[in-house]
Design a protein around this ligand. Structure first.
Ligand SMILES: *[C@@H]1O[C@H](CO)[C@@H](O)[C@H](O)[C@H]1NC(C)=O
Ligand SMILES: *[C@@H]1O[C@H](CO)[C@@H](O)[C@H](O)[C@H]1NC(C)=O
Length: 406
């Protein structure tokens, strides 16, 4: 036990060698990446179980880990804002500027949302959420101009503004074994080959295209359903997918959902839920083609509940243009790829995870990454026209249709 603990600590201190970067070790807690080594205020209150979330843009801390009345450094602005996360109710927070400290950084007057209601002890099972998304998506200090770049420096930007990093870029090594995030740098040993450059895309509605970044959306050009012998294309139209590390489910469209379920051979309907034979599930994986970069997840990563030999999946659908603007990639993908988020320049970079245990961290200072990057042919086929279910190629129901070679 003690040896194991020492091993973990040495991995962490190793990272402090690279300058101008902040490395934060993560844990996978119920499929969320959580941060456990932060402290807030004076005297320091250590906070843990904070979800690393690219699908929101503020830090929110609940009463279970932080008590504002015990901190002499807390500045309560007394301004109130409303917030809501995927499966939570709407709640109200005070914007509080506070000292935030990690292993190798200290931020002063960093804004956080502190729930007004004393009873909020957690948000969907966690003690807080560290949002890393675009400024236009910030809830704290929200004004009608947020979309035009107003707002405040959230975590990656505050690290840069306060001189700790040289860039607000951050990169996620989400492998189950020792996951970590690096702010201001890239671990060049964590992936294989050149990083694939992927443009972040704008929101498209039925009669508008947003002219600023709001969601961290990329183009998924194709989705395939794979079993041992063959692959079936279940989506072949470019579609905006939210890269939300805080989403444990796959949100797709009605047409793609239908294609997917048509590919299964052993299903049963019970209590309005489609259950799939676990024995069959175990042989299936799904590949998302993100601007040419393929990332594959085993379907077992998306199991929701079990019912004897059957299981249901964390997959849902919504109609693009009316119910939603984008689909969502399930956060299971981050276990299988290295992801660099360069929000300031409007790109993410993806690489196949490597099995190397040694780190080689390079800090990033300019707009250009200090490592080789490439673009694939799908790069020029970004999401620019509204997705339509009616244009999706439909896969006929099981079993023969899903045996086609592609
Ligand atoms: C917020 O309200 C408290 C209590 O009324 C007050 O002491 C404090 O100065 C206010 N904060 C700001 C930033 O005005
Ligand atoms: C709190 O932080 C915000 C964002 O950085 C800033 O605009 C505001 O002036 C700060 N307020 C106080 C009272 O420090």
């Amino acid at each position: 036990m003690l040896i194991l603990l020492l091993g973990v600590i040495s991995t962490v201190s190793c990272a402090a060698v690279a300058s101008n970067v902040v490395q934060i070790p993560l844990e996978i807690d119920n499929s969320m990446y959580t941060v456990n080594l932060l402290s807030l205020g004076l005297p320091a209150q250590s906070v843990s179980k904070i979800v690393l979330d690219t699908g929101s843009s503020d830090l929110v801390i609940t009463h279970s880990v932080y008590d504002i009345t015990k901190s002499t450094s807390a500045i309560n602005t007394n301004l109130t804002f409303s917030m809501q996360y995927g499966s939570s109710d709407l709640f109200y927070v005070f914007a509080v500027n506070e000292t935030l400290v990690g292993d190798d950084f200290k931020l002063s007057k960093f804004p956080l949302g502190y729930p007004k209601d004393d009873l909020i002890r957690d948000i969907v099972g966690y003690s807080g959420i560290l949002g890393l998304g675009f400024r236009a998506f910030e809830a704290l200090f929200r004004t009608s101009n947020n979309g035009k770049g107003v707002g405040y420096a959230n975590f990656p930007q505050a690290l840069k503004e306060q001189g700790i990093t040289k860039s607000s870029l951050f990169s996620l090594n989400g492998q189950s074994d020792n996951p970590y995030v690096i702010f201001g740098g890239v671990d060049t040993n964590a992936y294989e080959g050149p990083l694939v450059k992927v443009p972040i895309v704008f929101i498209i509605g039925t009669n508008f295209v947003l002219d600023y970044y709001l969601y961290l959306d990329v183009t998924v050009n194709q989705v395939t359903f794979n079993n041992k012998e063959d692959k079936t294309v279940i989506a072949n139209q470019p579609l905006a997918y939210w890269m939300d590390t805080g989403a444990d489910s796959w949100l797709t469209t009605p047409a793609i959902y239908k294609n997917l379920y048509n590919c299964f051979q052993n299903t049963k309907l019970e209590n309005d839920i489609t259950w799939i034979l676990i024995k069959e599930l175990k042989k299936i994986s799904i590949t998302f083609n993100i601007a040419g970069f393929d990332v594959t997840i085993p379907l077992t990563d998306l199991i929701d509940t079990k019912n004897g030999d059957y299981a249901s999946l964390k997959i849902d659908y919504a109609t693009i243009g009316t119910e939603t603007y984008q689909s969502i990639i399930p956060n299971a993908v981050y276990k299988y790829m290295y992801t660099v988020f360069d929000l300031d320049n409007g790109f993410v970079y993806l690489g196949k995870s490597s099995s190397s245990q040694r780190q080689a961290i390079k800090s990033v200072t300019n707009a250009e990454l200090p490592v080789p990057t490439t673009t694939l042919k799908e790069y020029t086929n970004s999401y620019t026209t509204l997705y339509k279910d009616s244009l999706e190629t439909m896969v006929a129901s099981r079993p023969t249709s899903c045996k086609k070679k592609h």
